[in-house]
Every structure is written in C-alpha cells, then in structure tokens.
Design a protein around this ligand. Structure first.
Ligand code: RUQ
Ligand code: CUA
Length: 675
C-alpha cells in the first residue's frame, strides 16, 4: 500500500472508530477518556497508530479482539495443554488465559497432588490397575470433548484424554475442577478417539497403538497380527455427576490398526460413530538391531488405503448386555460378534488418513488425506444404502466387511498438501487444516447442506497459517449448529512469530474471522501458548457455562456434598487418639483456628481444614515448611490431609494465597516434638 493510500485509509479508520466512540457516548456510555466527541479521539488514535506503526487493518483487528477491562469474552475455549497434562481455559476473542485446570499432572497453585485429598484421590484413582503398582504423575492431554444435549454443548462437563496412557479425565464445569481420572480398561494409549455422543450418553475413547491381549500379557511383535488388538471404548456417563461408570460401559475389540481420529454421528447419523485409522499394513518398525529396512512411518504408508471404522454404537450398547464378555471390568464385544451383529464396517480411506469429522447435519464425514492433497467426503445415506445392500468390496483379514469405496464416497476436494482436520460453519462449508501447505482451505460440502449458491465439493479459498497447523476449531464447531464468526488455527510451529527465547518455541494460536461463513477468512491475532503443545480445543458460548461463585459451607469438592469433616466457625477442635492426632481447623481472613498444632514425632496427623468464608474469590492456601504439602481451599471448601509427622522441628505453616492485607500474618506453627 502506498503512503497516500495508507494515510487515507488510516483516516477513514480513525473516522470510523471515532464515530463508534461517539455513538457509545451518545448512548449513555461513560465517556471517561474524553475521546467521545470526534476531534481529540481521532487525533489520539491517529497518534497511537502513527507511533506504533499500525495499519488500518491492524487497528480493525485490535478492535475485533479487544475486550475492555471488566468485560467478559463471549466465548470460552477449552484447550488441551499437551505435555503439561493440564487443560487451558481461554477467552475468545481476547485469547486471554483464564485458568489452567489441573488434570493429569500435579498442579501447585490449586494444591492438586500435594497431599490434600481432592487431587491425591483423583490422581490415585487414575492409576491403571495393569500393570500393578503403576503410579502416573503426568499425562499428555490431546482431545477435549464438552458434554452435549441434543447435539449442542451444554456446559456441564468436559472430558479429555491422556495420549501417553489409555486414560481420560472428567472436568466438572461448575467449578472447573477435575473430578475423575479413568484408566480405560484394555487400552494402553489413546489419541484422537475422544468425543461425546449427542446426548452425552457415552464418552468415547479408542486406543492409539494396539497392545497384546489379554491386557497385561506379553507377545513379541512377530505375533502382532494374532495377538495385538485395538479397542473402541464406550464409557457410560452418569447423568447426575458426569462421572464415567464402568459397570454400564462397553468396548468393541478392533484389529491391530492404529485407530486414530474419531467423531460421533449426529442428527441423521445419530447412533453411529466413525473412527479413522492408519497402519492397516500392521507394520511394526524395526530399524537398527532388528534389521528391518523400514521405520514405522514407511511401513505404515505403503497401502493406498487405510480404513474408516463405522460403528453402530446404539445397537452395540444393546448387544453388549447379552454378548459382551467381562474383560478387566468392562463388557467386551469381540470382532466376530461385532461383525455378526452388523455393528462394525470398514470404509477405505486414501493415503494415511487423518481427521474424521462429521458435519453439523450429520450427513457428511470428512477425512483428510495427510499424504494426499484431497479431502474425501463420505455420505452417511450412501453408507446406509451400501450396508443394506451388502455392497462390500470384501472383508479385511479379521472378517470385517469393507464397504465399496465408490458407493459411499460423495466427493473429493483437492485442498492442498497435508490435509488433517476439518471444522464446519452453518453455511455448508468445511474448513480443513493443511499441515504441509501451511494453511486452511475452505470448501463446500454436498447437497442439502450448502446454503450458498456455491457448487458442492468446491474449493472456495485458502488462508495461510503460521506455521504448520495441526487442528483448527470453529466456535461451537462440533455441535449441530456451529457459529460462523470465529475460527482458531492451532499451529505446531511458531518459528519467527515471537521474540526468541532459546531453541524451544511456543505453539501459535491464530484467531481468524469467518465473517458469517461468507468469507474471506481474515487473520485477527496471534497468541503464543508457552506451556505445552495443545492439540485439540473446543469453543463454547460463554453463556452456556454456569460456574458457581462459592461452594456451600463445608463442601467436599469430590462429592459436592457437605463433607463429614466440615466445621462451622466455633467448632474447631483437636483430638488425640493413641498416636493419631485429628484436627478440625478453620481458615478465614486472616488466621487459622487453631494456629498452633502440637504433635509428637511419628504421630499420624489427620488435618481437616474448612475455608469458612462465603465471599467470592476469598481462597486460602495451606502449606507446611519441609512437608511438601500445599492445599488451596476455595471459599466454602473442606479439604483433608493425612500424613505422618516424621520430621521433628518447629515448622511454620502459612496461607499461600494473597488473601488480605494481613495475608502475611495468616500463618501458624506445626510443632513436632522429637521422640
Ligand atoms: S491429531 S498428534 Cu488431534 Cu491431528 Cu493428535
Ligand atoms: Cu489466607 Cu492468605
């Protein structure tokens, strides 16, 4: 843009902004800055833009993402935190980090996993029973799934998987705390198989790498095809608590392919689900001493097609009741039963596929080609017809029928190199991330879905991303009615986008304006994420969330009921029973009662602390020097420690949350008399 045009455009933008501010003032806006009536505001904005070297586009984008102090973002993003093992809560469009939710990894701010019973209980329950004695203190969070009612996010719970292990966590969205970690039976690892069904009947997770069956047994890789298996796990959600109930859950045995991204059917395809896969070659690697010529990446990329698994889960839930075999605490439908009962089909998907995303109508399933520039779009109606007509290409080596590719494929769109994941708007568009091409492609879906005059299965436009995008997300993107405003690109590389901080770079989230689905897509902002590699995220309308401000007095956050150890102010006490000292303590601004605890070396200490406050944000902490203990007690919360007083000395305990003017005085003594 030449300088004259720049100045003209800048002037127009300043007029626009000045006009908006003037309208705000005229509508009763509180004109604090004195910029309300044109002149001085224009001059100020002009000066700021000049001084900071901002273009009119920059100024527009700043306004689009700006949320004034004290105001809220209209959307909330629930994002995986990658190797941190946690979950991030981010406002959209401001992209401000609001909270890090402790999930699979101890988290000191919230006192998660540092002795208090909430975190310690959740983390311990999440340890797998096979192999015995396993203690996990981290996870690799990948794919969050917000609970749904009628195919819409309902803001009750969120689930997230642990990529490193076959586990999932349940987060209660009333207090944004993890309440349960489930070690999924018969799964050693997990990846993109996470979704909830449209009415949150089940949360689904599938294995990533197959493992020798039965779980816990050993088999050499030479027996890969015979002994190794994958699994599709349907974890029943308790509608009162959001917790997973293994007794009513079921699993389906799958071949030793690498089950990958998955999605739930919805509306026309309700009751069905789709799981992509790769490595149907069943390659195992073997470079180096094993003397094989190919690494896994090459061995797994030989076939022109892998398989999309098509599962009738509604029927499977019924079949599991009578034909499921109890396997490590869950009902398992084996492959043969799944085939006989018509629960499981395969569809060829080209070239090491990635992504398996169902459009908002439920009719189209979009699969990215990863090593192919196309996305392939399947039509659920055609899938149903092919199943009814037994229109099969044959079966795989496990006897699972393979639907005829040409019969079920609705179309392909050449989007660009390395297509991965697809999100949707409500106008009949898909948006596919392209890892290799560094961008997002927008294209049209098929008949009955496209609400514009664009032709079906047509590439509309692309936008570059910086750099190497993995997932992308649209607001309300996995529901039956996505909003058509915001999209976020989750880029794996940031390279030169931020001030250098050594060789490890943050991930880069890019906020993109979809303009009502009408386009063209436009980049609004970049946001660095500096604590791990978020994989997938979902964006929910903020007004669907109903977070509480306070716990009721004496709440145990695991049950959300009054704790049996809760006290009210004035009921504090200490009891000794043999070598056990039990303390019922209160915490309020700015003291603990009692504030001196006397025990003998070797005593068992049971410490029950209740934050007796009922004031929003009046959180107190509790930590004892040299005992590696830390709790965070939100207002109304009761928390418990049990430990051995094994270090004699006079130990200071203190409140770790800056709660009041006399926060520094909120402290006491833990006196451990030597034996
Ligand atoms: S998938 S590396 Cu979500 Cu593209 Cu995981
Ligand atoms: Cu309580 Cu600081």
């Amino acid at each position: 843009m030449n300088r004259r045009f720049y100045l003209k455009a800048l002037g127009a933008m300043v007029l626009l902004v000045g006009g908006l501010l003037a309208i705000g003032a005229a509508c009763g806006g509180d004109d604090k800055g004195g910029t309300g009536n044109g002149g001085s505001g224009n001059a100020d904005l002009d000066a700021i833009a000049q001084e900071r070297g901002l273009t009119p586009e920059d100024m527009k984008h700043a306004l689009q993402a700006y949320v004034p102090p004290g105001q809220y973002d209209p959307y909330i993003m629930i994002a995986s935190g990658g190797q941190s093992g946690q979950v991030l809560v981010i406002g959209v469009p401001s992209m401000r980090l609001l909270k890090v939710i402790a999930a699979f990894t101890p988290e000191p701010w919230q006192g998660y996993g540092y002795g208090a019973d909430w975190g310690n209980t959740v983390l311990a329950e999440g340890n797998p029973s096979i192999p015995e004695g396993t203690e996990l203190t981290w996870g690799d969070t990948h794919h969050p799934a917000i609970s749904e009612t009628g195919g819409e996010y309902d803001g009750r719970w969120a689930y997230i998987n642990d990529r490193a292990n076959g586990r999932m966590a349940m987060i209660d969205l009333t207090d944004f705390r993890t309440k349960q970690i489930v070690a999924v039976p018969n799964a050693e690892t997990s990846h993109g198989g996470m979704f909830v069904t449209p009415d949150s009947e089940y949360v689904h997770i599938s294995s990533k790498f197959p493992m020798p069956w039965p779980a816990g047994s050993y088999a050499d890789l030479s027996e890969y095809q015979e002994k190794y298996r994958g699994v599709s796990a349907w974890m029943k959600i308790d509608q009162a608590t959001g917790r997973v109930n293994l007794d009513d859950s079921f699993e389906i045995e799958l071949p030793p392919y690498n089950q990958d991204l998955a999605d739930s059917g919805k509306l026309v395809s309700a009751g069905w689900a789709f799981i992509g896969s790769w490595n149907t070659e069943m390659a195992t690697g073997g470079l180096g001493p094993d003397g094989k010529p190919n690494p896994l990446e090459a061995g797994a990329s030989q076939n022109n097609f892998d398989y999309l698994h098509v599962i009738n889960w509604e029927k499977a839930a019924e079949v599991a009741k009578t034909k499921g075999v109890d396997t490590n605490g869950v009902k398992m439908i084996n492959i043969q039963t799944a085939v006989e009962e018509g629960l499981l089909y395969l569809i060829p998907e080209p070239k090491s596929p990635h992504g398996a995303d169902v459009d908002p109508s439920g009719r189209y399933i979009v699969v990215g080609g990863k090593l192919d520039p196309n996305v392939t779009i399947y039509d659920f109606n055609k899938i149903q017809d092919a199943i009814a007509a037994e229109d099969f290409e044959g079966t795989d080596s496990f006897g699972i029928p393979i639907l005829n590719f040409d019969s079920v494929m609705a179309g392909q769109v050449e989007v660009g190199a390395g297509p991965l994941h697809t999100q949707f708007d409500s106008q009949g568009h898909g948006y596919t991330s392209m890892f290799l091409a560094n961008g997002i492609a927008k294209f049209t879906l098929g008949e009955d879905v496209v609400k514009t005059d664009e032709a079906p299965f047509t590439l509309i436009e692309t936008i570059p991303t910086n750099y190497n995008i993995g997932h992308l997300v649209t607001a309300e993107g996995d529901t039956v009615s996505p909003d058509d405003n915001y999209m976020v690109a989750l880029n794996k590389w940031s390279i030169d986008r931020y001030a250098p901080q050594g060789p490890l770079h943050p991930q880069n989230f890019q906020l993109i304006d979809l303009k009502g689905g009408k386009g063209p897509m436009e980049l609004i902002s970049d946001t660095p994420i500096g604590l791990g590699e978020p994989h997938y995220v979902q964006i929910i309308k903020a007004d669907k969330l109903h977070a509480i401000d306070l716990y009721k007095p004496g709440t145990d956050v695991l049950t959300m009921q009054r704790s049996e150890f809760a006290i009210d102010a004035g009921q504090e006490k200490v009891e000794r029973n043999g070598t056990t000292v039990e303390v019922w303590m209160s915490a309020t601004r700015s003291h603990y009662t009692p504030d001196i605890l006397r025990v003998k070396e070797g005593d068992t200490v049971k410490l029950h602390i209740t934050n007796t406050e009922q004031t929003r944000d009046a959180t107190h902490g509790f930590a004892i020097a040299n005992y590696n203990m830390q709790a965070s007690l939100d207002p109304g919360e009761t928390s418990n420690f049990e430990f051995i007083a094994d270090k004699p000395g006079a130990w200071n305990f203190y409140c770790t949350e800056f709660c009041s003017a006399l926060h520094l005085e909120m402290a006491g003594w833990f006196l451990v008399e030597p034996q």
